[in-house]
Design a protein around this ligand. Sequence first.
Ligand SMILES: *[C@@H]1O[C@H](CO)[C@@H](O)[C@H](O)[C@H]1NC(C)=O
Ligand SMILES: *[C@@H]1O[C@H](CO)[C@@H](O)[C@H](O)[C@H]1NC(C)=O
Ligand SMILES: *[C@@H]1O[C@H](CO)[C@@H](O)[C@H](O)[C@H]1NC(C)=O
Ligand SMILES: *[C@@H]1O[C@H](CO)[C@@H](O)[C@H](O)[C@H]1NC(C)=O
Ligand SMILES: *[C@@H]1O[C@H](CO)[C@@H](O)[C@H](O)[C@H]1NC(C)=O
Ligand SMILES: *[C@@H]1O[C@H](CO)[C@@H](O)[C@H](O)[C@H]1NC(C)=O
Length: 567
Amino acid sequence: MILRNWLAMVLLLSPAPRYTTALWPIPSSLSRGATAVKLSSVFDIHIDISSPPADLVAAVSRTRSRITTDRFQRLVIGRSTTDISSISSARTLTSLSLALHPGSLVRSIADETNQPITSRSEVYSLAITGDRPSAILIANSTLGLFRGLATFEQLWYDLNGTKYLLDGGIDIVDQPAFPYRGFSFDTSRNFYPVADILRTIDAMSWVKLSILYWHVIDSQSFPLHVEAYPELAEKGAYSAEEIYSQNDIRTIVQYANERGVDVVMELDSPGHTTAIGAAHPELIACAAKSPWASYASEPPAGQLRIASPATVEFAKTLFDSVASVLPSKMMSSGGDEVNLPCWEEDEETETDLAERNITIADALNDFVQAVQGVITSHGKTPFIKSDMVLTHNVPVVNDTVVVVWQTSEDAVSVAERNLRFIHQPSNYFYLDCGAGEWLGNDVLGNSWCDPFKTWQRAYSFDPLANLTEDQHHLVLGGQMPIWSEQSSPENLDPIIWPRLAVAAEVFWTGATLPDGSPRLGPNATSGRNALARLNELRYRLVDRGVSAIALQPKWCVLRPGECDLDS
Ligand SMILES: *[C@@H]1O[C@H](CO)[C@@H](O)[C@H](O)[C@H]1NC(C)=O
Ligand SMILES: *[C@@H]1O[C@H](CO)[C@@H](O)[C@H](O)[C@H]1NC(C)=O
Ligand SMILES: *[C@@H]1O[C@H](CO)[C@@H](O)[C@H](O)[C@H]1NC(C)=O
Ligand SMILES: *[C@@H]1O[C@H](CO)[C@@H](O)[C@H](O)[C@H]1NC(C)=O
Ligand SMILES: *[C@@H]1O[C@H](CO)[C@@H](O)[C@H](O)[C@H]1NC(C)=O
Ligand SMILES: *[C@@H]1O[C@H](CO)[C@@H](O)[C@H](O)[C@H]1NC(C)=O
């Protein structure tokens, strides 16, 4: 007891470490000084590019206005008032200048965001030097400049309208380890209005996430207007108000692209398609068959009658119609959790198979080949779920990107097939796990992917684990999904934020943190390190109207490290 008190005294007396410049994700290279800097009352952002693209001009204007309206104060006891004397003697920054390296193409952020995933340039450098009145942001592309603006916005604290930082002399050269840093969003189990999606895209862009993987339809509802088949949404959506119109889709995609977020749409098939049956019952086997658990992984049962040539034609037209309105160079046909008894007990399917003298495995191969053919004919890279490849051995086009979802350990098997992939492991990244059972009549049931995936668990993920060096190039990145059985607009922000930001840092930094230290290990998730930065991000999100949940009592947040287990 006495020893403990003595230690506490020593800790109190030792100078408090300064946790400023709490950037998230942490830049690949960051050095900082100790000069207090404040923004001039006439601070402005200049774009040194002749005829800058409109979406860059708009991005700059958003940054300028957010820096003005953000009211985030430094997370220390006393908050920003602690810094009054530093602020009064701070140097004044009058401007930030944006420029492209000579020879860089001048394209809109949206155009850059729709380039093939491996040929985007997100590198930027940002300098706020001790003596210059202007900060400088340089990149090879407008997308790189946009990433740099996100960093610039995270640097400032507010005190009564004065924006300042304490560690001026900042030099950042930054780029992501992986280009694919995503959020997978299920808008079928429950519907989300466009405004919720746009708010989510904004917050994603603040942490440099690059992909919205839109799991738009599923067995429960079909909220997507499809030009070729308007009846699918008319009959398959929960209501006329719960449909994404062509205009909504354009709005969402454009909004995302202008914010460095590429929209990869998934039309999950041939499983997870019962809702198609509302308009086209002839296409669906075992529709709502009971007991559902024998025919599907969740109610209602039902999947496409893949052995029927008419169904394959339907799927081709569906993919073609949707692909033609999406600018992304990527599109997914999903493919998880197909159920064989559903087809085996379906008379029509058995008749079709017999007539064509093929097996269900042949039919599945043909189906995947057909939809992948449509996706590639639109110049897009097809994505597929890992069980199609690993469980069903379906042949896929060689540049397919596999979504590894069942367990992180499947990544190795996909790599052994020499296929590119993204990580979406349910044992690390699922944002919905741990909320308990949602089925009725299962009093003591748990969510299938129990327990809850804490930010620390997700943060410990190593994207290169168990892969050989010559397999590293197959990893494009990864994403955290929310499955919406128990989510809706009302809990969207709290269930995804701030945990989703973990994917942003894991895939921005790669296998380790920039200094080579692992994200799992002594002090990695300490209140003095990652947790301090994530706490700050959480308070910044709240300041901007995103209902991100607290990770700790505020007492701990204001006393970095004092709530560590070993503190
Ligand atoms: C991109 O920028 C970096 C420095 O930020 C530079 O070294 C590199 O040569 C540039 N690459 C291209 C393709 O312009
Ligand atoms: C901030 O503004 C409030 C209200 O205008 C004022 O009471 C307070 O003294 C100001 N604090 C500082 C540090 O300027
Ligand atoms: C059906 O296919 C099998 C294997 O491909 C073949 O051996 C058999 O002759 C075929 N039957 C008919 C009726 O075509
Ligand atoms: C796929 O095949 C094409 C043509 O053979 C080849 O150019 C391309 O590099 C291959 N892609 C991958 C990822 O192996
Ligand atoms: C790597 O392999 C080990 C041994 O099979 C396994 O325990 C571990 O979970 C794997 N890592 C990941 C991230 O899956
Ligand atoms: C962890 O942090 C404590 C307290 O700051 C420090 O004494 C210790 O050396 C750190 N351990 C490692 C492995 O960095």
